[in-house]
Unconditional design. Sequence first.
Lengths: 467, 185
Amino acid sequence: MSAKRERPHGRREIGREEISGWFDGEKGLIDKNIYVDPDIYELELDRLFGRAWNFMCHETHIPAVGDYFITYIGEDQVIAVRDESGIVQVLLNTCTHRGNMLCRAEMGNAKSFHCTYHGWNFGLDGKLLAVPGGANFYRGKLDMEEWSLQKAAKVEHYKGFYFATLDPDAPSLHDYLGEVGRIGIDQMAVHGELVAVDGVQKNVIDCNWKIAVDNLYDWYHVNFSHRSAIRVGFVGSSVMQPMQQMVMLGEYGHAIGGPGISEEQQAELDKLGDEERARLDRMSFEERAKLAPRISERRPIRPKHMKEVMGPVGVRAMGHPNIFPNLWVSTRALQLSLRLPRGPLQTEVWWFTFLPKNYTAEQRRTAMKYMTHSFGPAGLLEQDDGENWTYSTKAALGRVARRRPQNLQMGLGEDEVREDPSGQMSIETRVNEHAQRWHYRCWSDWLRAESWDELKRSKSRVPTGRI
Amino acid sequence: MSAARAERGATFGRLPPHEQMVLHYQVEQFLYHEADLLDRRRYREWLELVAEDVHYWMPIRRTVTLREIDREFTRVGDMAYYDDNYSDLRLRVEKLYTGSSWSEDPPSRTRHFVTNVQVTDLEGDLVSVRSAIQLYRSRMEDVSESFCGRREDRLRRHGEGFRLVQRHIYLDHTVIHATNLSSLF
Ligand code: FES
Ligand SMILES: [Fe+2]
């Protein structure tokens, strides 16, 4: 893509050097301007959202032919739809005639899409099928092929989770996710065959999308931001800020950050079969603490085979994965959250919820109870997040405040990246900001690179040694 | 019987007009009273008006075509914004008194407008009430939000007054244009 096409008139030129100055990984400093500058935001739409694999929906959101779900790639609205041959298509939701929004319901089932403006009709695969007056007004000369809907360049899924990219040069989804991204999604797949629960929670927060994203790695804020939820006993404080933390970093910016279980704890677990694990998992935490004090903390106990799937290190990671750039897999791993950019100063937060197909009514109730009450705008936890992000963003509008960088220094230079004989790498430590730093470091790689080819060549390698 | 009376449920419709008026008045006064308690931040007193078997629920609304309008709201058991029983509501209320419930400390300034009140049914000591609500919320110095919706309530007679047994809130919004839903509806 030429620089000219990327930057319409009026936008200032942003050079590599400027981009390199926004995040200083050696000092752990972030330029606040990246949260408010409209030109930086535009660059993100082009080089990050326009290039990355973006999460669309799960296969069970659109199980039947004609089922569709409206979502976004950056600010491009797209239709994820199952076409007549059962393939998931991702189509730009804008009529090729004059640009009107084509599909106006956010979900449903359609035989084809009719534009409400002049009635152009498009098939589920995006083909322009018919235009009113095609013979009469266009004299039969309209090139139906040429005026078909624009499609995402690639649509692929990993274990039923569909992603799309607008850039034909993007690597395969498998390669894009890499081991860490795949482990992130495996956290969900652990629970068996999943079905999307009807209903996506959506709300708009006045904050920059990156602040909403990097917060998912932040296990420092929980004891303070969520103190009231802890006080009333909704969650325990040891659950909210476990001392044992583990971070895994993945190429292109994926990461998992949060609690982890030690090798010793895993060795204890390895002795248990699936039935015993399930029994422990069902117990109250107090009961579990008595019976198996070394694996007592409130975490899902993974079934035995997951060690093969996630690897000996991955299976111990209990933190929050982020699929770069903006898909959070929640730690209970039955919910996904998208943090959709809506201009530099707004983010739309979506929560998708899943349940394993084989759950009993009782298990379903317990899981739903936790999920309806934790996250989403009314969630007892998430209620108290939004304003922190809003005012962290807004402060950057102040001319003097903006000059002073933000501090992202926790644990910088204090830890070691350990490599397991399996090749999996992890940082095992206390509460830290390694994953946040990795997020911004990769983010600046994405913005500096002018193409996928360049990004593949110039991206940061997963660090080894001291970090 | 007029259509309006049929719509209002057989039992309520069969009451003599003055009894309908008295019940309607009592119901309205109850709704105004609890709205007033919420706006005056007397949450614990509000909770006293809630029955222990309450279901407090706000489904998710979606933009769908008329042909698929039955999918407009999520159903009970699927995803919702609120799906609370009494102990959940008590958590929400007690959270507000912890001194660290940052989304409401400093507190929001709310105004509950309750209108279009209709008694829709009467079954023993249970009264079904439909109302329209606008919840205006002002926060900090720069937040001004407004939520509109319909409530389907059930009230149980309790001494001279009522207890809230069901509050189903059907918002008129699909995407919530607010940082959070930290208020009670
Ligand atoms: S804009 Fe869609 S038919 Fe004209
Ligand atoms: Fe949080």
